[in-house]
Design a protein around this ligand. Structure first.
Ligand SMILES: Cc1ncc(COP(=O)(O)O)c(C=O)c1O
Length: 430
């Protein structure tokens, strides 16, 4: 298996593998009405695996209640157990609890609440780049419980948050640190290994929560190297289906008092009837990434296959990012394009997920999104008036960006097409 750091400009899939990958997804070349389009808003909802959508329908068509003795119920229980194991495969987690909720936001609020209400301390630490689901949960419970909320600043040079900046806020009084794995605005990855190690060196009892919604579909997560107390992801941004969010909790976090039926075990987090399709879809996601991994490793172990698959997704996406920034022999990249600005453009692509913020000299982001849409390209603006991006953009001194978020099932040719369209928009608005 390739090491991600040995390819600073990434490593694209072979043409043959690219074709196979694309066949496994819906809507890559045409939308659901059959219209040609380039869909580059995967950070808002990713391309769906055909197998995930089919499995969702199959499993949800079974009316049986999983809490019965019948064969169908036992089958559903197996689906749930397999899906729970597969969340652990994605994270390299051992033990702990799996919590299936309707959204990643819901899971994050619940985890923050359990820790904030039950772990003593005088302050809580987070970063300015958090999604509102983590930031607002931290603010709400800090205020309700009379704790100081400390917020680490971003670094406009990297688009991320420096380890030193986070660690300087942690002390003996900190009960909870909540950090995003990678920014869904800039794509910058935070150095989670160093954050966890250094923060726990200051306060060994510290509880740590991580929002991996943005990062999980783009790179390897290894909780054996970054032991945290809770981490969430969203299958609908991870080639799966909407209406589902997953979290994993460490053993000590799982048993903190939380909303649950009194008779359930102390580490049980699902509230009400869980939906077996959520677990089935997660298994389809892991099956797919393992299938991909099988092209790069001879290992039989599911985690090893998953690790190889997600690592090559990361490398292919890095190659696409490099093409977007620096172009190819056919078309210049965004960095060299007149009238186009690339924001938060950190040189080290190994520190970035495939998400890009750009702007135009002569048109604003909202107009740019319309111009792209006219040409069959779906991208989205992240503007300072949106509750989902105001705080992060302000921290970088930006009014807005056009967020460009393709996926590994896109090809180099898709990037070139996007670059040509971008050049056309820029030259028509001089
Ligand atoms: C980084 C990040 N965290 C959390 C969320 C919330 O996910 P959900 O919509 O499942 O609540 C999102 C969704 O946009 C996100 O991008």
């Amino acid at each position: 298996m390739s090491s991600p750091s040995s390819y600073p400009k990434g490593l694209a899939f072979s043409d043959a593998l690219m074709r196979e990958v694309r066949q496994r997804f819906l809507g890559i070349e045409r939308d659901h009405h059959g219209r040609e389009r380039l869909y580059f808003d995967n950070a808002g909802g990713s391309f769906r695996l055909k197998a995930a959508v089919e499995r969702f329908a199959q499993v949800d068509a079974i009316p049986d209640n999983a809490e019965r003795i019948h064969a169908a119920a036992v089958e559903l229980q197996h689906i749930q157990a397999r899906g729970s194991d597969d969340l652990r495969t994605i994270l390299n987690a051992r033990g702990g609890s799996v919590y299936a909720s309707l959204t990643a936001s819901g899971a994050m609020f619940d985890m923050v609440r359990a820790i904030a209400e039950n772990v003593p301390g005088t302050n809580m630490v987070t970063t300015v780049l958090e999604h509102p689901s983590a930031f607002d949960a931290m603010s709400l419970y800090a205020e309700r419980l009379g704790r100081e909320l400390r917020v680490a600043r971003s670094n406009p040079a990297t688009g991320g948050v420096d380890v030193d900046e986070i660690v300087r806020l942690v002390d003996q009084g900190t009960c909870l640190l909540n950090v995003i794995y990678a920014s869904n605005i800039s794509g910058a990855k935070l150095d989670m290994e160093a954050i966890v190690r250094r923060a726990r060196a200051i306060n060994p009892e510290l509880y740590i929560l991580v929002d991996a919604v943005q990062h999980a579909p783009h790179g390897l997560i290894d909780l054996q190297k970054t032991p945290v107390d809770g981490i969430n992801l969203a299958p609908y941004k991870f080639f799966g289906c909407r209406g589902s969010g997953f979290a994993w909790l460490s053993e000590r976090a799982a048993v903190l008092p939380h909303h649950k039926l009194a008779a359930k075990k102390s580490d049980y987090w699902d509230l009400g009837s869980s939906a077996p399709w959520q677990f089935a879809v997660l298994t389809e996601i892991v099956d797919y990434v393992c299938w991909l991994g099988g092209h790069f490793t001879g290992a039989a172990d599911r985690r090893a296959l998953f690790a190889a698959g997600i690592t090559h997704i990361e490398l292919h996406e890095r190659a696409l990012l490099s093409v977007l920034l620096d172009g190819t022999a056919q078309v210049p990249g965004l960095r060299a394009m007149d009238g186009v600005n690339v924001f938060l453009d950190h040189d080290d692509l190994t520190r970035r997920d495939l998400i890009l913020g750009i702007g135009f000299d002569r048109i604003d982001c909202t107009q740019a999104v319309v111009e792209y849409a006219k040409r069959g390209v779906t991208v989205y603006e992240r503007v300072a008036t949106s509750l989902y991006s105001r705080r992060m953009l302000a921290s970088f001194g930006l009014a807005g960006t056009v967020r460009v978020s393709p996926l590994h099932c896109n090809s180099v040719a898709d990037m070139e097409q996007f670059l040509r369209i971008t050049r056309e928009i820029a030259s028509e608005h001089r």
